[in-house]
Design a binder for this molecule. Structure first.
Ligand code: ATP
Ligand code: MG
Length: 261
């Protein structure tokens, strides 16, 4: 299953979710490849991939300088690999425009890479060609949504984009679900927003929400997933729960359409 972790809003927990969900899936016995499709390279750094270890990157794969397999780097976690990002990726949005099959570059590159149970694509905070390539390559989209006042703003734009990709470039694309992130149960606004989001999106929201948890934000500076840095913290436990839900949805093929019911 290829899962795009996408939201054009910045700082909503895409990378944290990609890293920790992947780690929890590995802990559940699955092999996972993360693709760091963000020029910021936060997933690569957060998994402790030093710049000098990044021989080929997702940039080289997208422009055709390397095949996907050549760009795979293993992490310290057995069963979890990554295709890292480099700063060169910031030019990709512009360079891809002139290439053949510009929206299918990632899908084409992943077509021959079938040894992983799951591939998680960490998208950048935009709806440009990098995110479009992820949506065309993916089977499903996981949307992290930060429980804050403007949470629903922008979501309809994202769901509209998913719908357009589904009706054109990638008919198999489904919405895996929306996960509320950085939820603060002591904060009434955060609770209110969570309730509103659930009221609007219904079943498309995962039962599990991710609490605001300082251990999760400390972990990347140690080059470790929160789940490895502190497996007992509330944030890590939430990602284990989320992985259970995700694997159940994938297993039951209970992925939902993007149209609102
Ligand atoms: P970008 O759009 O820039 O790629 P993002 O959507 O990938 O951002 P993250 O990088 O995962 O978001 O998270 C943004 C910041 O919030 C980071 O500093 C991260 O450590 C922190 N953060 C993410 N999730 C949590 C959480 N549950 N509790 C506390 N801090 C968190
Ligand atoms: Mg990110």
């Amino acid at each position: 299953m290829i899962i795009a972790v996408a939201n054009q809003k910045g700082g909503v927990g895409k990378t944290t979710t990609a890293i920790n969900l992947a780690t929890a899936m590995v802990a559940a016995g699955h092999s996972v490849l993360i693709i760091d499709s963000d020029p910021q390279g936060n997933a690569s750094t957060g998994l402790g991939i030093e710049r000098k270890k990044r021989k080929a990157s997702i940039y080289d794969v997208l422009v055709g300088h390397a095949v996907a397999e050549e760009a795979v780097v293993s992490t310290t976690i057995p069963g979890l690999d990554i295709i890292p990002s480099t700063a060169a990726l910031s030019g990709a949005e512009v360079e891809l425009v002139d290439l053949d099959r510009r929206s299918h570059r990632l899908a084409d590159a992943l077509a021959n890479l079938d040894r992983y149970d799951h591939v998680l694509i960490d998208c950048p905070p935009s709806l440009g060609l990098l995110t479009l390539n992820a949506l065309v390559a993916a089977n499903t989209v996981l949307v992290p949504l930060q429980a804050e006042f403007f949470a629903l703003e922008g979501l309809s734009q994202l769901l509209g984009t998913i719908e357009r990709v589904r009706s054109g470039l990638n008919p198999r694309l489904k919405l895996l679900g929306v996960v509320l992130t950085m939820v603060d149960r002591r904060n009434r606004l955060s609770e209110q927003v969570s309730n509103d989001v659930r009221a609007v999106l219904g079943q498309r929201v995962f039962d599990t929400s991710i609490p605001r948890n300082v251990r999760l934000s400390e972990a990347p500076s140690h080059g470790l997933p929160g789940l490895v840095y502190d497996s007992r913290c509330a944030g890590s436990e939430a990602y284990v729960e989320l992985a259970r839900e995700v694997l159940a949805r994938i297993g039951g093929r209970a992925v939902l359409e993007t149209e609102s019911g």
